[in-house]
Design a protein around this ligand. Structure first.
Ligand code: ZN
Length: 488
């Protein structure tokens, strides 16, 4: 392996040469969706960021096992380990079985990811299917002396851990300061300190999602599922752990502490985090009225959007920024991205049909190497995109007959464009994705509207011709009071 890929490690705060623990195998774990709401932009960015890494590692020749979990045991309403389980609350309000709620949102998530052309991970373990592993992991932490049981719940002892190890090394938070500013809890709470976090929670009588454990009937804490499932599928030490920056603290900080406490070592070699998304310069939030779901982007069904934006536009827009920079969504910015993507894809389509000449009258440059260099520099997709754009000039000049290109150069250009546009950036040519399906629907509607007009004008020949030919193609056309209905 060449080892030219460098990635930014949040833990060491610098770009590091990527060298896997067990070459050519790479173990990669990314915190996946919590399935108690419609998929939104906050889901799209980490999924796309780590999809790029997954695709690029495979291109480099690594054998990647990519694990992305599904959090379906419910989260509590607030960070203090109190309140109602979010899935259970939804289930109660909608009168559904909690797993019905989780399955419904998981299905929407999978569908949205497919539309964004995010490759499915190798394993998608559900937290609810790994309760035993979480109980065992919690027991190991108890046995090591870094957790305590209190009234049927189990808490991680942050103070004890920090006296032996360093709690806060990933986030850079000063735990001593945190402990000083948060008062020691009085006897009212089960926890000794407010910084302690739950590994297992005893369920209140009204709590629906519950499992048996040595301590109580209850449910696992949030952080323990990733430690338990990461270790189960990738081993006690693995290469990459990723997620959004908002997960650095407390989630990932807690994962590091849990592994060190239970296994005596840290599990992860490289921690990677994508930056956050804002909408019109503001943080996205339900209370701010700027919470836009992916479905709303695809249909244009939100007051802040001027029109619908296809999944490829969303993907391209996200890739136009480096994953460690913030991305600000606005209708104007998306419209500009849409135009850029159209230009790129139009040239890419032209490239397929260019005719080669005896020799090239123009230099194609070392596009492949330049794009690889950008990817090797911590996945710099905006630079890859700018290199591709610089090459559009060559394609268009040859297309217009102003320059010529040799067969060898043409083959190279076609191969590099396919590699970076389709295989690595995962951009699908318009016409194969949902944009294509939309265009096809509109085309059938158009034909049937022409037929409607023909009927109004008593032009039976045209009307029958359209109907018969659509029928011959397998369409079923039904006349209705207001017009028509059709299906295939
Ligand atoms: Zn996680």
């Amino acid at each position: 392996m060449e080892h030219q890929l460098h990635i930014y490690n949040t833990l060491t705060r610098k770009k590091e040469r990527f060298i896997p623990i067990h070459e050519p195998n790479v173990g990669m774990y990314v915190c996946g969706p919590t399935v108690y709401g419609d998929p939104h932009l906050g889901h799209a960015r980490p999924a796309i960021t780590f999809d790029i890494l997954f695709r690029y590692l495979k291109y480099l020749g690594y054998k990647v096992r990519y694990v992305r979990n599904v959090t379906d045991v419910g989260h509590l309403e607030n960070d203090e380990d109190e309140g109602e389980d979010k899935i259970a609350k939804k289930a109660r309000l909608d009168q559904l079985e909690p797993m019905e709620v989780a399955q419904h949102y998981y299905n929407s998530y999978r569908k949205a990811m497919e539309m964004l052309n995010v490759l499915p991970p190798s394993i998608e373990p559900h937290a609810s299917g790994h309760i035993m592993e979480q109980i065992e992991f919690t027991q190991k932490i108890l046995d090591a002396g870094y957790a305590y049981e209190s009234n049927g719940s189990v808490y991680f002892d942050v103070e004890k851990y920090n006296s032996d190890h360093h709690y806060g090394k990933l986030s850079g938070r000063d735990i001593d300061e945190m402990m000083e500013t948060t008062r020691a809890l009085d006897g009212q709470s089960e926890k000794r300190r407010s910084t302690d976090f739950a590994l297992w929670k005893k369920a209140a009588p009204e709590h629906i999602m519950r499992w048996k454990s040595p301590w109580s009937e209850g449910f696992p804490g949030w952080h323990i599922e990733c430690s338990a499932m990461g270790t189960k599928y990738l081993g006690e030490e693995f290469d990459i752990h990723g997620g959004g920056m908002d997960l650095i603290f407390p989630h990932h900080e807690c994962e590091i502490a849990q592994s060190k406490a239970a296994l005596g070592k840290e599990s992860v070699k490289y921690w990677m985090h994508n930056n956050m998304i804002t909408i019109n310069g503001q943080k996205m939030g339900k209370s701010l009225g700027n919470f836009i779901t992916l479905g709303e982007f695809f249909t244009g069904g939100h007051a802040l959007l001027t029109k619908a934006f296809g999944p490829m536009t969303i993907r391209f827009f996200i890739l136009q920024a480096h994953y460690r920079s913030t991305v600000d969504f606005s209708s104007e910015a998306l419209e500009a991205s849409e135009k850029g993507l159209e230009r790129l894809m139009e040239a890419y389509a032209r490239l397929q049909n260019l005719k080669a000449s005896e020799k090239s009258s123009i230099e194609i440059g070392n596009l492949r190497e330049k794009c690889k260099e950008a990817m090797n520099d911590d996945l710099n997709t905006p630079i890859v995109i700018s290199h591709l754009f610089e090459s559009l000039r060559i394609i268009n000049l040859v297309y217009d007959g102003k320059e010529t290109i040799s067969q060898e150069d043409l083959d190279e250009l076609q191969s590099v464009f396919k590699l970076f546009i389709e295989d690595i950036l995962g951009l699908q040519p318009v016409g194969t994705a949902s944009e294509g399906i939309e265009a096809y629907r509109k085309a059938v509607d158009l034909l049937l509207n022409i037929r409607l007009e023909a009927k109004k004008n008593k032009d039976w020949a045209t009307s029958d011709k359209i109907r018969n030919e659509l029928t011959a193609l397998g369409f079923q056309v039904k006349d209705t009071k207001d017009g028509f209905e059709w299906s295939l």
